[in-house]
Design a binder for this molecule. Structure first.
Ligand code: NAP
Length: 328
């Protein structure tokens, strides 16, 4: 049985089983705001924000690198616009541990303060290390997170793109400092099932680390609106599958969705992630997408169809380095 909400380890911060990713908010290169996607505007973002909160989807994931800080700035403006609504939301952001940030403790504390400034918050609910790309040890990274926590700047701490071994090591390093590792944000979807088959999800479960799934609808490729004959715009090739292969997965999502009263491919894809005990954070650019994604809540796929989806799912590849440098 999937719970309705999760509590982040080491805190009393409670999050819903579905969140919203905000990489596209303010981003020009991948998601096209201000360039190829003219429908992605401050107004469409505000509508996505409102619709998500109205549906109980109150976790928003951002990062210092999204849109060069613009995503955090937009969230800050939305929070400031309605303090009452803001009190119901949970914000997660990330530190980019670039190898040249050798004084990692000072860099991280400086970064979190800059993020809080853009967000207009006194503390962030969840602060994540964006990827295992620092030249410094997990002990040094844990020291940096502990410093931010002790200064009251972050409530829960997490990582992203960490393998099972790296997750275990970070959990131990934080444990030695009296802290818990709350989350590991990873690419997990029907286009990238390998975190389940490799044992990463099992390791997270064992350690009490909640996995969050990024790109859970395959960067839009699992919604059914793209196909081999109508590929998505921009750079959307996480896990590197030809669209003709993705088309086969979408066909299965459609078939299963029909069995559940006409659920959409995106809703089936998200429901599958939620059933795995992983919190998906699909990006939403407008009200329509936010409402559709929230339609993944309140129903569940039966065991037989979960098995079918498991068989249909593609392993995917971990193309961490290329993506980290480009967009974080
Ligand atoms: N930690 C990391 O390294 C990392 C990496 C990537 C992402 N993330 C996080 O994860 C979040 C989600 O991942 P993602 O944005 O890469 O991919 P995603 O959530 O799989 O796809 C989001 C995109 O799909 C389209 N879409 C969303 N809902 C839709 C719907 N109901 N119907 C039709 N199209 C819909 C939109 O793009 P179009 O309308 O343009 O098609 C949207 O921007 C990000 O926003 C970010 O917060 C983290």
């Amino acid at each position: 049985m999937t719970p309705d909400r999760y509590t982040l380890a080491g805190t009393d911060v409670s999050i819903p089983v579905l969140g919203v990713g905000t990489w596209a908010w303010g981003d020009r290169s991948t998601w096209g705001m201000g360039s190829y996607d003219t429908a992605l505007t401050r107004d469409s973002i505000r509508e996505a924000w409102d619709a998500s909160i109205d549906a109980g989807v109150t976790l928003f994931d951002t990062a210092e690198v999204y849109g060069g800080g613009e995503s955090e700035r937009i969230i800050g403006q939305l929070l400031a616009g309605d303090p009452q609504q803001a009190s119901t939301t949970t914000v997660a952001t990330k530190f980019m541990p670039s190898p040249w940030k050798v004084q990692v403790r000072g860099s991280l504390v400086k970064s979190v303060r800059a993020s809080l400034d853009r967000l207009g918050l006194p503390a962030v609910d969840l602060y994540q290390i964006h990827g295992p790309i620092s030249l410094r040890s997990h002990a040094a990274m844990a020291d940096a997170l502990a410093a931010a926590h002790q200064a009251g700047l972050v409530k829960a701490v997490g990582v992203s793109n960490y393998s099972a071994k790296e997750t275990r090591s970070m959990a131990e390093a934080l444990g030695a400092r009296g802290m818990r590792l709350a989350t590991n944000q990873i690419e997990f979807s029907l286009l990238r099932r390998s975190p389940e088959t490799s044992g990463l999800l099992a390791a997270c479960r064992e350690l009490g680390v909640l996995p969050l799934a990024y790109s859970p609808i395959g960067q839009g490729r699992l919604t059914g609106k793209y196909s081999a004959s109508h590929p998505p715009p921009g750079k959307r090739n996480f896990s590197k599958h030809p669209m003709a292969v993705v088309d086969g997965v979408v066909d299965e999502l459609r078939r299963i969705g029909d069995k559940y009263g006409g659920k959409l491919p995106s809703q089936v894809a998200l429901n599958w992630v939620i059933a795995k005990g992983v919190v998906p954070i699909p990006g939403a650019k407008n009200r329509h997408q936010a409402e559709e994604n929230a339609g993944a809540l309140g129903w569940s796929i039966d065991e037989e169809d979960m098995d079918r989806l498991d068989q249909t799912a593609l392993a995917g590849v971990r193309s961490l380095q290329g993506r980290m440098w480009q967009h974080g």
